[in-house]
Write a protein that binds this ligand. Structure first.
Ligand SMILES: NC(=O)c1ccc[n+]([C@@H]2O[C@H](COP(=O)([O-])OP(=O)(O)OC[C@H]3O[C@@H](n4cnc5c(N)ncnc54)[C@H](O)[C@@H]3O)[C@@H](O)[C@H]2O)c1
Length: 355
């Protein structure tokens, strides 16, 4: 049985992390949660029947000595709390994006390695049936070298309004780090983790006072318990991003990401190689002059909108028991961090930026 502590008690802890650990009651026991907001910590503990709560994460780590820590704080605190949990001897699941620069990601994974602990980013959106089927298809040789791709993550009106996602100094970016990072992670994983070489990107803000539903902006269960009041005047991050990624193996990928935009909603990935091309989420494979077939998908075993966290918890228990390799690797997550870093540098300089 692995003893778990969770740092911060917001939406993702209540809707995804606690249910994911509870999915495997023989493997995980949630000992305590913490949040600087005492009401959030107390209410979360009470809501889920967790015995202890803290307002100081370090005190929780010292007293509880957990095997596993979920770091679910807002983005700018990911590094600080991950290093803190690792230094207390815990394995760490850190919410996405794990880091915003390549150097920070390296520092975090280096510390995990030195301490002999697992550090894994909660890149929970790889595990849709179409993406898992595409990965199987590619790994079994269905495609040769991918030379071009397109990713599109578009919400009509989906600026997250319950927390601090819209404030740059806390969130370290807007739509690109929030939902773009899931697409980048899935893309890089599907492509076999080619190293990023350069990024050309732009950011824009067009819809800051046009608010959509909680579900449509990422609180997928529609529930947020300790909502922070939203003031559009605080919003200083992009709601739209687009550009081009160039990889060392010469592959190019164009991308667009929107929290809010007058376009069809999208969570699309297209990848092309000489042997075949795939289109997700349709699951269509294209080849030859008019060849088409459908990828074989398997049904998701978890009946919750945050099913990705269940896949991660399942993998975590197997890795900790020595029965599996991490499903999301340090090298993939470092590559994703490098893209985030290059993207914002490119957007601020107004030109393509190389690593
Ligand atoms: N994997 C996913 O699909 C997914 C979805 C949503 C959010 N997330 C990620 O989860 C993280 C949290 O998002 P959320 O929606 O739960 O946010 P939230 O605003 O609902 O909750 C954040 C919590 O952190 C607490 N907090 C703030 N500063 C703190 C500090 N210094 N120390 C301790 N606690 C602190 C706040 O009091 C709040 O309770 C973000 O990094 C976000 O990117 C991931």
């Amino acid at each position: 049985m692995f003893k778990v502590c969770i740092i911060s008690c917001g939406m993702i802890t209540n809707s995804a992390h606690i249910p994911a650990y509870r999915q495997f009651p023989k493997d995980f026991e949630i000992a305590a949660v913490s949040d600087i907001n005492e009401a959030a910590a107390r209410d979360t503990a009470k809501r889920h029947g967790i015995e202890r709560y803290y307002t100081n994460a370090e005190e929780m780590l010292e007293r509880e000595k957990p095997d596993v820590v979920s770091v679910c704080v807002p983005n700018c605190f990911h590094k600080e709390y991950t290093l803190m949990a690792l230094s207390h001897g815990a394995n760490v699941l850190c919410e996405k994006p794990l880091a915003f620069t390549y150097a920070d990601a390296c520092e975090m994974f280096d510390m995990a390695e030195r301490n002999g602990k697992l550090l894994m980013a909660c890149q929970s959106m790889r595990f849709t049936p179409d993406r898992l089927a595409a990965k199987r298809f590619i790994d079994e040789g269905g495609m040769d070298e991918i030379y071009y791709g397109e990713i599109a993550r578009v919400r009509r009106r989906g600026i997250p309004t319950w927390g601090t996602f819209h404030i740059n100094k806390i969130s370290c970016g807007g739509a690109f780090v929030d939902i773009g990072v899931h697409m980048l992670d899935a893309l890089i994983w599907l492509m076999g983790n080619p190293k990023i070489k350069s990024v050309s990107g732009i950011t824009m803000q067009n819809h800051k006072s046009e608010i959509g539903s909680l579900k449509g902006s990422g609180a997928l269960t529609g529930e947020v318990h300790n909502k922070r009041p939203f003031d559009p005047e605080e919003m200083d991050v992009e709601d739209f991003a687009c550009g081009m990624l160039s990889f060392e193996n010469s592959a190019k990928v164009s991308f667009k990401v929107a929290w809010a935009s007058n376009m069809p909603e999208a969570s699309d990935i297209r990848l092309v190689s000489r042997r075949a091309g795939i289109d997700l989420p349709s699951g269509k494979v294209y080849f030859g002059e008019d060849g088409e077939k459908n990828l074989k998908t398997e049904e998701c075993p978890y009946d919750t909108p945050f099913f990705g966290h269940m896949y991660i918890a399942d993998n975590l228990r197997k890795v900790l028991r020595g029965e599996a390799e991490p499903i999301i690797t340090p090298e993939e997550t470092k590559n994703v961090a490098a893209v985030l870093e290059l993207f914002y540098r490119s957007a601020s300089l107004g030109r393509e930026v190389s690593l």
